[in-house]
Write a protein that binds this ligand. Structure first.
Ligand SMILES: [Zn+2]
Length: 89
């Protein structure tokens, strides 16, 4: 499938976001288990969640996407069923 340059950029950003997301959650889990720093763990988890709903969303219908799901060029939005990275102007 062919996607525009804008779609490619968005896909790259979302892939990067997924890595950061996992990293942040891992840090939150570790601070919970090893440092017993519950406040930091919860704060980080909430921050990660806010980040997800704010930035990780479908460019067509603006509904937030599940960042635990694998994303690719041909990924579809579960809400509007459009190709997420296609037909972006
Ligand atoms: Zn959508």
């Amino acid at each position: 499938m062919k996607i525009s340059e804008k779609g490619q950029t968005l896909l790259a950003n979302y892939k990067r976001f997924q890595k950061i997301y996992i990293l942040l959650l891992a840090v939150a889990a570790m601070s919970f288990v090893f440092l017993h720093n519950y406040f930091f763990a919860v704060a980080l988890a909430v921050f990660t969640f806010v980040l997800e709903t704010k930035y990780y969303k479908c460019p067509h219908c603006k509904k937030s996407l599940n960042s635990r799901k694998k994303i690719a060029e041909d990924s579809c939005c579960p809400n509007c069923n459009k190709y997420i990275f296609k037909d972006l102007d």
